[in-house]
Design a binder for this molecule. Structure first.
Ligand code: GTP
Ligand code: MG
Length: 367
C-alpha cells in the first residue's frame, strides 16, 4: 500500500517548494506549475526502528514505507464550476488518501499574493470552502442523474435510488452548513455507500502554513493560534518554512545537521508532515520479516491480521492461517528472534488479531 497526498493551495503559496522539500525534488519554482502538468514524487518514510531491526535481523534488503506526493499545479479555486480541466484535476484529487493545503504566510513583496493581501485565516477558509463547493457540485450532478434514472426505474431500483437520494440530501444539507463529510455523523453503511464519490471534504486535511525564514521564531505560537481556530477532527495545521526545508534537503547530511542546529529545528519538516499525516489517517506501521527482507507497512490502527497480510499480497489474505507476532520492543530487548522464541515472546495470533504499531510479523498462509 502506497499512501498518496495531493498538494493543493492558492497560486504562489509555495506548493512546489513544499513538494520539493517533501520529496527531495528540484522542480524549478520560478516556473508556474501548469494545469494538467502535475509533479509526482515519492519519498521514503524514515523510521529509526527499521535501522534497529536491520541490525538485529541482518536482512539483504530493508524497505521503508513510501509516500507519494502530487503537486496538482492548477489552483483548486473554482474546481466546482470548472468542467474541463476541473474534471481532470478532480479525478487526480479523488484518488489521493489525504490533502495538503499550502497557505502562504511568508511575506515577500516581489511575489504578488493571488488574493491581493496576506491573510492566512482567510486563505485556509477559502480553500476549505472550495472543497465543500466541489463536493456539493458532485452531489448536485448525481442527484440530477438519479432524478432522470428514476423515471424509467422498476420498483426495486426505485427503492435503491430513493435511499441514495435521501443520503445525498442529508450530506448536502450538512455541507451547506460548512460541515465537511469527514465530520458528518455517518453510519459505516452510509460511509460505504458514498465511498465511490471520493468526496474531497471526506479526506483528512493537513494545512501547511508556509512561513518565511524570518518568521521561524514565531513558529510555535503561530501554529498554536492557527490550530486553535482551524483544527478539527482529521484536520490540523503545521507551520514550516518550505524554502528552508527545500534548501536543507539539497545539502549533504553533515551540513544539514549543522544548519538544523543553527535554526533550532529538532525534527525535519518532512518528518513532521509524515508523522502528522500518519496521525490524521489513523495509520500505524507493522514490519514484515520474510525472504531476507525487513519491510515497513502502513495500516489503519486496529486492522485485523488477515487484512494486514493482504497489504503484502492478496494470496496471504485469502490463504491466511496465522500470524507469528512479536512487538518491536520485545524483539529489541531479546536481541534475536531465537532468543525471543526461547522466552516465549513470539505469539501465534489468529484471524481476529488486531495489528498494533511496531508489530514484527511473519504471516503463515496457504494457497
Ligand atoms: N521569500 C520567500 N519566498 C518563498 C518562500 N516559499 C516560497 N517562496 C517563493 O514563492 C514563489 C512561489 O513558490 P512556489 O513553490 O513555486 O509556489 P506554487 O504555489 O507552486 O506557485 P505556482 O505553481 O507558480 O502557482 C517562488 O518564487 C518561491 O521561491 C518563503 O518561505 N520565503
Ligand atoms: Mg507550483
Amino acid at each position: 500500500m502506497n499512501i498518496e497526498f495531493g498538494i493543493i493551495g492558492l497560486p504562489q503559496s509555495g506548493r512546489t517548494t513544499i513538494f520539493n522539500a517533501l520529496t527531495g525534488g528540484s522542480v524549478d519554482t520560478a516556473k508556474h506549475t501548469r494545469e494538467g502538468a502535475a509533479h509526482i514524487g515519492v519519498t521514503r518514510v524514515s523510521d529509526p526502528r527499521l535501522e534497529v531491526l536491520t541490525d538485529i535481523l541482518h536482512p539483504e534488503k530493508t524497505v521503508p514505507v513510501s509516500v507519494s506526493y502530487v503537486d496538482i499545479g492548477a489552483s483548486v479555486k473554482g474546481l466546482a464550476e470548472d468542467k474541463g480541466i476541473g474534471g481532470q484535476l478532480l479525478s487526480q484529487l479523488s484518488r489521493v488518501d489525504a490533502l495538503i493545503n499550502v497557505v502562504r504566510v511568508f511575506d515577500d513583496e516581489r511575489i504578488p499574493h493571488s488574493e491581493g493581501s496576506l491573510d492566512v485565516d482567510r486563505d485556509i477558509t477559502t480553500m476549505s470552502l472550495e472543497l465543500v463547493f466541489s463536493d456539493l457540485a458532485i452531489i448536485e450532478r448525481r442527484l440530477g442523474r438519479i432524478e432522470v434514472s428514476m423515471k424509467a426505474a422498476k420498483q426495486a431500483e426505485r427503492q435503491t435510488y430513493l435511499h441514495e437520494q435521501e443520503l445525498l440530501g442529508k450530506i448536502k444539507a450538512s455541507l451547506e452548513k460548512d460541515i465537511p463529510v469527514r465530520e458528518q455523523d455517518l453510519t459505516p453503511e452510509e460511509t460505504r455507500m458514498i465511498s465511490n464519490f471520493q468526496f474531497l471534504t471526506g479526506k483528512p486535511l493537513l494545512v501547511v502554513a508556509n512561513i518565511g525564514e524570518e518568521q521561524l521564531s514565531d513558529v510555535v505560537s503561530l501554529e498554536d493560534r492557527l490550530n486553535s481556530v482551524h483544527a478539527r477532527p482529521q484536520c490540523c495545521v503545521i507551520a514550516l518554512c518550505g524554502k528552508l526545508e527545500m534548501e536543507l534537503t539539497q545539502l549533504d547530511d553533515e551540513t544539514r545537521e549543522t544548519w538544523r542546529a543553527e535554526f533550532d529545528l529538532t525534527e525535519s519538516g518532512l518528518d513532521r508532515v509524515v508523522r502528522l499525516s500518519y496521525e490524521l489517517l489513523g495509520l500505524v506501521s507493522f514490519f514484515s520479516i520474510a525472504s531476507n527482507e525487513v519491510r515497513a507497512w502502513p495500516v489503519r490502527a486496529g486492522t485485523e491480521a488477515p487484512v494486514a497480510a493482504g497489504k503484502i499480497h492478496t494470496d496471504m489474505e485469502r490463504g491466511f492461517i496465522r500470524a507469528e507476532v512479536i512487538s518491536y520492543d520485545d524483539l529489541v530487548r531479546c536481541g534475536a528472534i531465537a532468543e525471543a522464541r526461547r522466552k516465549g515472546l513470539l505469539r501465534m495470533e489468529g484471524k481476529s488479531y488486531r495489528v498494533q504499531d511496531g508489530d514484527v510479523i511473519t504471516f503463515l498462509f496457504n494457497v
